[in-house]
Write a protein that binds this ligand. Structure first.
Ligand code: NAD
Length: 475
């Protein structure tokens, strides 16, 4: 059986504890991963620290050249990477191929963006005196990623860190280590010095915690749950490490009565159930104008039930399984609790689960969601959507904001003045108005409130990996 090992200083290192990797589509064990203990974590950190002086001293052109080769390698190994991703996450192959392309695009984008990093010399007009404001790489970066988008979340961290002159220790989710290891190997083959990009395997409480508490990293960039994000932020306070946190969401969509909702429905459906609902930016709360609510919900159900739930590799599958048994159990128990609180199941739910093995959960529509129902406020990391009617968009806005999360929001109306008014008051990091299109590498990505801290992607995301240094120069 294949054993995935840590990747330290450009080679595989077998860790101690082994855990089985389970195929989400069948529930069968297909490989093992050897996790890193504290000593292995220490080796990875020392390797990254040792590689730092050389890497940060390379010219921006040289760093960019290597990042472009990494991107090319990701593209040329695209099919193999997509197969790995599809296997470890359980996502349909077409979606896995898209994720590989977005990973390559992020390496290309940050190769370009690196040359735009700059400092400043303000015109202070002082006699024989200047102040130079320099930007420097922050140092060794610990990048912790989740299971739902292992490659794109990794690339959104590793590419800008390397572009800025930092070195990296990556800690992928324990369920999805394979694609991260493959990219680490491709990066060294592309000419990245050994030690500039290490990967440690293992679970959060052991390997993750020990890496966060290690004195070497100067920054932790984390994508995952709000609960773990808070723990990481607290731990980082001990040594005042910088943190960038991309955390949970419970994203609202406000659909006004004048919106062309019938033609929008396929986009809405896709954004509700993307990646089988394991997507932090997905729509999970639909606020729909009273006048169209009943018809809207009927159409939502009709199109939800038309989606094909099945194994990731089967042709025509729209939704693969959830990634693992814990996620499935959590989603089932959240829906069970909602029903016990008076919420009404209109479609899907545990009763509609296929009887085949694997962690399948069907698209699920809930209505009659009372003000106190927990599901209104919490994140469900699965294909479950709640639909709620509103009379006045002000009420929808107030309820949308009455959430600890502030990741993304969606507004649909032909009234642009109303849309822009809502945009100004919806407490989220990204808003889509009237169309749900792809997010771009050029645009900052991240949340407000308990959805996160700092931004990824774009020039702003690159700057997170730098420190400012002020030099007071007299002559
Ligand atoms: P999780 O927080 O349980 O795990 C994420 C990563 O953190 C894994 O690598 C895990 O091993 C590690 N980890 C767990 N405990 C740790 C600890 N104590 N110390 C250090 N590392 C630890 O997240 P999950 O449930 O697997 O992933 C889903 C969550 O991720 C959802 O809440 C989702 O919204 C969020 N997410 C957010 C974004 C975003 O961009 N905002 C993107 C994807 C996923």
């Amino acid at each position: 059986m294949r054993v995935y090992c840590c990747w330290i200083h450009g080679e595989e290192r077998e860790g101690l504890a082994r855990r089985p990797l389970i195929d989400p589509c069948t529930g069968d064990v297909y490989a093992e991963a050897a996790g890193a203990d504290a000593e292995m974590v220490d080796r990875a950190m020392e390797s990254a620290l040792g590689a730092l002086p050389d890497w940060r001293a390379r010219s921006v052109h040289e760093r960019a050249r290597i990042l472009r080769v990494v991107a090319q390698s990701i593209r040329s190994c695209g099919e193999r990477l997509a197969q790995l991703l599809s296997r470890e996450v359980g996502k349909p192959l077409a979606a896995a191929r898209d994720e590989v392309l977005s990973a390559a695009a992020l390496f290309e984008f940050f190769a370009e963006e690196a040359s735009r990093l700059s400092g400043r010399i303000p015109l202070l007009g002082m006699d024989r005196e200047h102040v130079m404001i320099l930007r420097e790489p922050v140092g060794v970066v610990l990048a912790i990623t989740p299971f739902n988008y292992p490659l794109s979340t990794l690339s959104a961290k590793v590419a800008p860190a390397l572009a800025a002159g930092c070195t990296v220790v990556a800690k992928p989710d324990e369920h999805t280590p394979a694609s991260t290891l493959e990219v680490a190997r491709l990066a060294v083959e592309a000419g990245l010095p050994p030690g500039a990009f290490n990967a440690i395997l293992g679970d959060g409480p052991l390997t993750g915690r020990s890496a966060v508490n290690h004195p070497i990293p100067r920054m932790v960039t984390f994508t995952g749950s709000t609960e773990v994000g808070k723990e990481i932020q607290r731990a980082c306070a001990e040594t005042v490490k910088r943190v960038v946190l991309e955390l949970g969401g419970n994203c609202p969509a406000i659909v006004c009565g004048d919106a062309p909702w019938k033609s929008l429905m396929p986009q809405l459906i896709s954004q509700c159930y993307k990646n089988s609902g394991q997507y932090c930016y997905r729509i999970s709360r639909l606020y729909v104008a009273e006048g169209i609510f009943d018809e809207f919900v009927e159409e939502l159900i009709r199109q939800s039930e038309a989606l094909r739930l099945g194994p990731a590799h089967a042709p025509g599958t729209d939704l693969g399984p959830l990634n693992n048994g814990e996620i499935l159990e959590r989603v089932e128990s959240q829906v069970r609790r909602a029903l016990s609180e008076g919420v009404r199941l209109r479609s899907g739910g545990s009763g509609a689960r296929p009887t085949t093995p694997g962690f399948y959960y069907p698209p699920t529509v809930l209505v009659d969601v009372g003000r106190r129902a927990g599901i209104r406020r919490e994140e469900v990391f699965g294909p479950v959507v709640v639909a709620m009617p509103f009379d006045d968009p002000e009420d929808a806005l107030a309820d949308a904001n009455a959430s600890p999360f502030g990741l993304a929001g969606y507004i649909f109306t032909r009234d642009l003045a109303l849309a822009l008014d809502l945009v100004g008051r919806l407490e989220v990091g990204s808003i889509w108005v009237n169309r749900i299109h792809q997010a771009y590498a050029e645009v900052p990505f991240g949340g407000m409130k308990e959805s996160g801290l700092g931004r990824e992607k774009s020039g702003y995301g690159l700057e997170e990996f730098t420190e400012l240094k002020s030099v007071y120069l007299s002559y």
